[in-house]
Design a protein. Structure first.
Lengths: 483, 226
C-alpha cells in the first residue's frame, strides 16, 4: 500500500480539528442564544403577568377584568406576520389563565380554546409555585410548542395565579434557521480550509521539487556542481539541503582522490613498461654485439622487477583499502616480530656493508601480524634504500605510558622539510629521490601509514642531515585496551 | 635536424635518442629534468622538442608556456604516462603540437617526429622535389633526375636541412647547430667537407650547381627548374 500523500496527512488532521472546533463553538453559541431568547420571552411574559396582576388588584376594574386582561394580552402579543395564515395569527396571541384561590372557580381564561385546554391540563398536573414565585416551562400541544410563565401572586382578594402561554414555534423556527446557517458556514469554512491547505502544501513543497530537479542533473562527473548555497529553500529545509550538499562534496573529494590515484598508478605502471619496451625495441632495431644484447636484457629484467614490485604494492594497498574488517586481530608480541624481521634483513644489510642495531623492550599490541610485519618491513626497506651505504640502521621499541613507540632510524638525512608532510601520500616521491635507481614507486610509506591508522596509531618522520632520518610509529599498548 | 628530449627517465630518454640518431636520423640532445630542458630549449635552435609532462623541478606544462611566451615556434611532441583527457587537453592548449601516451612504439614516435618537423616547414608531403632532385624524407632515398644518389647519413641530414629551407640562406653556424648535438665531435671545416661531397654527388656533370655559396653569409639550395 502506498503511504498516504503528505498533502492528505497534513490536511485531514487539520480539517478534523477545525470541524470539531466549529461544532463545539456553534453548539455553545446556539445554546447560549436559545437561552438568551427564552429568557427574553420569559421577561416579557412576566411583565404581561404583572400587568394582569395590576388589573386584578384594581378595584375600579372588578366588573370588567376579563376584557382588560384581553386588552393587555392583545397589546403585548407579537404583531402577526404577513406570511402567517389567519389560523396561525391566533396562535401568535397570548393565552392566559388567571384564577383566585381555587383553580375551579374565579377563573378568567382568555385565548384560543384548544390552547386554554392544553394549558389547563398542564397546570393541573403540576404543583403550584410557592407564593410570590415565578415558574417558567415549555409546553407541547397539538398546535406546537409554547412557553409558559406561571406567577403565583398575592392579590388583594387573596392568593392568585396567573399563567400566560406564548407560542414559540416562530422563535424556534428562526433558531433552526440560525442553526442551519451556522452548520453551512462551518462546512464552507472546513472545505475552504482543505482546499487552501492542500494548495499551500504544494507551494510549500516546491523547494523540495526544485532541489530534486537540481539533484537529478548530478552525476559522478559533476558532483561538486550541486551548489546548495544558491538554492533559496525555507529554513526548515536548510538542514536537509545542506546535508545533501556536504555529502556530495565529500563524495566528490573521494572521487577526485580516486581519480588522482588512478592517474598516478597509470603513470607508475606505464613508465617502466615504456622503458622496457624502448630498450627492447632499440635492441631489435639494428645489429648489436652480444654484450650489448645482454645489457639490454638485464635492463629489461630490472624494469620487470620494478613493475612486479609496483604491482605487489598496488595489490597490498587495494587489499588494505578493502577495510579494517578483514584484519585478523590478535595479541602480537611486537618485540618478537621485530627481532624476527631484523634477522631476515641481517644478511642483506651486512652485504651492503651496514649494521642493524635492535633495542627491543618486550611489548604486546593488538593487531594483524601480517600487516604489522608489512609495516615494519616497508620501513626497513626505506631505511636500507635511503640510508648511506655502510650506515647503521637502528630499530628501537620502547614503552611510553600507555603507548608503544617503534622507531626505525637510518643515517641518511637528506629529506627536505618541504617534502616531509607529503611523504605518506600515495605515489609521493621527493624530487631528489625520484630517480628510480633507488626503487620504490612512493607507495611504501603510504602503505605503512594506512596500516598504522588501521591499528589506531600514529606515524611521523623526522629528518635532518646531522642525526639522520627516523620514522616513528606509535601504537596503543594492549594494557590500555584491557584497562 | 636537431631534436631535444626532455625526459626524467634516464634510460627511456637514452633509448629514444639512440633510436632517433640512427643513420640518416637526427641530432639529439637530452635533458633529464625540467630546469635543464627549459634552459636548453631557450638557448638552442631545435627543430623538435619531445617533452615529458611529469618532470622534476619544472614540469612540462610550464616549459611549454615559457617557450611559447618567448616566441619559440619549435614543434613540441608531448609524452605522457597520464592519459586522462584533462592532461592531454592541457598539454595541447599550452602549445603542444602532438602527443604520445607511454608506452609507445619507437617507430611511431620517429614517424610523428618526422611529420611534425615536415609540417613545421610547411610541407605536407613526404617527398621534397627541387628541380631534378627528389628527397624522400621517410625512406631517406635521394634521386637526381630519377637516378638514385647514395648519400652518407650526415650528407643526407645536411641535404634535408637545406631542402627544408629551400631558397633561404643558411649560415654555417645554423647548419652546425641543427646537425650536431652536444655529443657529436665538431670540426669547423666539417660543413665545407660535406657541402663539397654533396655538390659532387648531386651534380656530377656540373650543370645545375644546386648548392651555392653566399660569401660571408652561408649556403643556399636554390629552387631549380626541373
Amino acid at each position: 500500500m502506498t503511504p498516504l500523500s503528505l498533502k492528505w496527512r497534513l490536511t485531514i488532521p487539520v480539517a478534523l480539528a477545525l470541524a470539531v472546533a466549529m461544532v463545539v463553538i456553534s453548539a455553545l453559541a446556539y445554546a447560549n442564544f436559545c437561552e438568551l431568547v427564552l429568557s427574553q420571552t420569559d421577561r416579557s411574559l412576566i411583565s404581561v403577568g404583572k400587568a394582569i396582576q395590576t388589573i386584578m388588584d384594581d378595584p375600579t376594574l372588578v366588573t370588567d377584568r376579563p376584557n382588560h386582561v384581553k386588552l393587555v394580552l392583545a397589546a403585548s402579543a407579537d404583531q402577526p406576520r404577513e406570511e402567517n395564515s389567519p389560523e396561525d395569527a391566533g396562535e401568535q396571541q397570548l393565552t392566559a389563565c388567571v384564577w383566585l384561590g381555587n383553580r375551579a372557580k374565579n377563573t378568567i381564561e382568555i385565548g384560543s380554546q384548544p390552547i386554554i385546554g392544553a394549558l389547563s391540563d398542564k397546570i393541573r398536573g403540576m404543583a403550584e409555585p410557592p407564593q410570590g414565585q415565578i415558574m417558567s416551562f415549555d409546553m407541547w400541544t397539538s398546535h406546537g410548542r409554547f412557553r409558559v410563565v406561571w406567577l403565583s401572586v398575592v392579590l388583594k382578594d387573596g392568593p392568585g395565579n396567573i399563567a400566560i402561554a406564548q407560542s414559540t414555534e416562530d422563535l424556534y423556527g428562526e433558531l433552526h434557521e440560525l442553526l442551519w446557517g451556522i452548520i453551512v458556514t462551518a462546512l464552507i469554512v472546513v472545505i475552504a480550509m482543505i482546499v487552501m491547505s492542500s494548495m499551500l502544501i504544494v507551494v510549500g513543497l516546491r523547494p523540495i521539487r526544485q532541489t530534486a530537479d537540481k539533484l537529478a542533473g548530478i552525476t559522478a562527473g559533476n558532483l561538486a556542481q550541486f551548489d546548495w548555497h544558491s538554492l533559496s529553500v525555507p529554513a526548515e529545509l536548510q538542514p536537509f539541503v545542506k546535508t545533501v550538499g556536504e555529502m556530495l562534496n565529500r563524495l566528490d573529494a573521494t572521487m577526485r582522490q580516486q581519480k588522482i590515484f588512478i592517474a598516478d598508478a597509470a603513470h607508475e605502471l606505464r613508465t617502466p613498461i615504456a622503458i622496457a619496451k624502448s630498450t627492447l625495441q632499440v635492441a631489435l632495431a639494428s645489429e648489436h654485439s652480444a654484450e650489448e644484447y645482454r645489457k639490454s636484457l638485464q635492463e629489461a629484467t630490472e624494469d620487470m622487477r620494478r613493475l612486479e614490485h609496483l604491482a605487489e604494492e598496488l595489490l597490498v594497498l587495494a587489499r588494505l583499502d578493502e577495510g579494517a574488517d578483514l584484519m585478523q586481530v590478535n595479541n602480537v608480541d611486537l618485540a618478537h616480530l621485530l627481532a624476527d624481521l631484523a634477522e631476515s634483513y641481517q644478511t642483506q644489510i651486512a652485504n651492503a656493508g651496514g649494521r642493524l642495531v635492535c633495542e627491543l623492550a618486550p611489548s604486546v599490541v593488538r593487531g594483524d601480524v601480517a600487516r604489522l610485519r608489512r609495516l615494519f618491513s616497508n620501513l626497513l626497506d626505506n631505511a636500507l634504500r635511503h640510508g648511506p651505504a655502510g650506515g647503521e640502521i637502528r630499530i628501537s621499541l620502547r614503552k611510553r605510558e600507555s603507548k608503544i613507540e617503534v622507531s626505525v632510524h637510518d643515517e641518511g638525512g637528506n629529506i627536505s622539510p618541504v617534502n616531509l608532510p607529503h611523504l605518506f601520500e600515495r605515489f609521493y616521491r621527493a624530487d631528489n629521490s625520484r630517480s628510480h635507481s633507488t626503487g620504490g614507486a612512493g607507495l611504501g610509506l603510504a602503505i605503512a601509514n594506512t596500516i598504522v591508522v588501521q591499528h589506531g596509531g600514529d606515524i611521523r618522520i623526522e629528518s635532518n642531515p646531522a642525526s639522520g632520518t627516523s620514522v616513528c610509529v606509535v601504537l596503543p599498548s594492549i594494557l590500555e585496551k584491557s584497562a | 635536424m636537431r631534436i631535444l628530449i626532455v625526459e626524467d627517465e634516464v634510460r627511456l630518454a637514452r633509448n629514444i635518442a639512440e633510436f632517433l640518431r640512427k643513420p640518416g636520423g637526427y641530432a639529439v640532445d637530452i635533458a633529464n629534468d625540467g630546469e635543464d630542458g627549459l634552459h636548453m630549449a631557450m638557448t638552442n635552435p631545435y627543430d623538435l622538442i619531445i617533452l615529458d609532462l611529469m618532470l622534476p623541478k619544472v614540469d612540462g606544462w610550464t616549459i611549454l608556456r615559457e617557450i611559447r611566451s618567448k616566441g619559440i615556434q619549435t614543434a613540441v611532441l608531448v609524452l605522457t604516462a597520464r592519459d586522462t583527457t584533462d592532461d592531454l587537453v592541457r598539454g595541447l592548449n599550452e602549445g603542444g603540437d602532438d602527443y604520445l601516451t607511454k608506452p609507445f612504439e619507437l617507430a611511431e614516435l620517429a614517424a610523428r617526429c618526422k611529420a611534425l618537423i615536415r609540417r613545421c616547414h610547411g610541407r605536407a608531403e613526404t617527398i621534397i622535389r627541387i628541380g631534378p632532385l627528389e628527397i624522400n624524407t621517410s625512406s631517406h632515398q635521394v634521386r637526381s633526375s630519377g637516378e638514385p644518389v647514395p648519400l652518407h647519413a650526415m650528407e643526407y641530414r645536411l641535404l634535408e636541412y637545406l631542402a627544408m629551407r629551400c631558397g633561404q640562406v643558411v649560415s654555417k653556424t645554423d647548419i652546425m647547430e641543427h646537425l650536431y648535438d652536444f655529443e657529436s665531435e665538431k670540426f669547423s671545416n666539417v660543413v665545407e667537407v660535406y657541402i663539397s661531397s654533396l655538390r659532387r654527388k648531386l651534380d656530377q656533370d656540373g650543370q645545375h650547381k644546386p648548392i651555392q655559396t653566399m660569401r660571408g653569409a652561408g649556403y643556399i639550395l636554390k629552387d631549380l627548374p626541373s
